[in-house]
Design a protein around this ligand. Sequence first.
Ligand SMILES: NC(=O)c1ccc[n+]([C@@H]2O[C@H](COP(=O)([O-])OP(=O)(O)OC[C@H]3O[C@@H](n4cnc5c(N)ncnc54)[C@H](OP(=O)(O)O)[C@@H]3O)[C@@H](O)[C@H]2O)c1
Length: 316
Amino acid sequence: MATSKGDGANRFLVWGGDGWVAGHLKKLLQDQGKAVYTTTIRMENREAVLAELARVRPTHVLNAAGCTGRPNVDWCEDNKEATMRSNVIGTLNLADCCHLNGIHCTVFATGCIYQYDEAHPWGGPGFLETDPANFDGSFYSMTKAHVEEVRYPGLPPCVNPVLTCLQIIKHYTNCLVLRLRMPVSDDLHPRNFVTKIAKYDHVVDIPNSNTILSDLLPASILLAEHRDVGVYNFTNPGAISHNEVLTLFRDIVRPSFTWKNFSLEEQAKVIKAGRSNCELDTTKLISKLKEYKYEIPEIHDAYRKCFERMKAAGVE
Ligand SMILES: NC(=O)c1ccc[n+]([C@@H]2O[C@H](COP(=O)([O-])OP(=O)(O)OC[C@H]3O[C@@H](n4cnc5c(N)ncnc54)[C@H](OP(=O)(O)O)[C@@H]3O)[C@@H](O)[C@H]2O)c1
């Protein structure tokens, strides 16, 4: 579906067009006056993907499609084939079809492939793009990790031919892989990390890297337009704890808000898949964006501004 004419030579095709992040990308590109199209064609359907690329003739594909599970990633534990079909076979198929057609492909991936460890403790150094994934607590994260070339420590290289042959996306010279974590929008959409934790009966209190969409999505367009490739940790710099987020939310948006904490052990009793907690190192992203004179605010500052925008828009 064509949604905007645009005045440049670039034509953006957003994959997973009905999704949450995709909707934000479409609006952003429209607001920037760029040519943007969306599609809901299944990524794993090679003939249909090739036909869609031939029909729309994009210069850039923004892949915001993915099997994320409903109501949450616990769904992926019980639907492993469907999860692989989208997150592994589909993601690679789309990257490959774009490569064959000389199209730049930005993959909206996840940074939920790590957990704090001895070398990366709370408040210590964050995980680099080159660090191997060390979180296999959820099947969703595992499919996402294996589409990048990050291998679990101790996993023999050929332990599984399917997964081994999928550890290749970063070798596609047309692909930009952006690792989002716990994305946050300026509204209280159900997919917003803040909406999720504000609705839970109890929340853990652990510092994490978060992606404030208003700050990061414009950066994704800049990187795509410059045809940058490779893997980027795609979050605001720094880490913020659940309690810090909810305190800012209470102080700026909803003064009556209260919440209760529980421990990781107590949380494990009410979820099926494990949840990743980690800080990502954003040095590579920040220095690349400096070249384009684009700055990403530190996460506490970013949250404050996000909640102020929310309040100004009348969210309560
Ligand atoms: N939201 C988060 O917390 C988060 C965090 C980190 C990374 N991400 C990643 O960012 C991307 C977008 O996330 P989101 O929050 O916008 O998810 P979303 O709202 O669930 O949107 C994903 C969209 O992708 C579509 N889709 C799924 N499998 C597909 C396939 N095989 N072919 C074509 N379309 C397919 C879905 O359509 P159907 O519903 O019809 O299947 C849905 O419209 C995902 O890859 C996700 O893994 C999200």
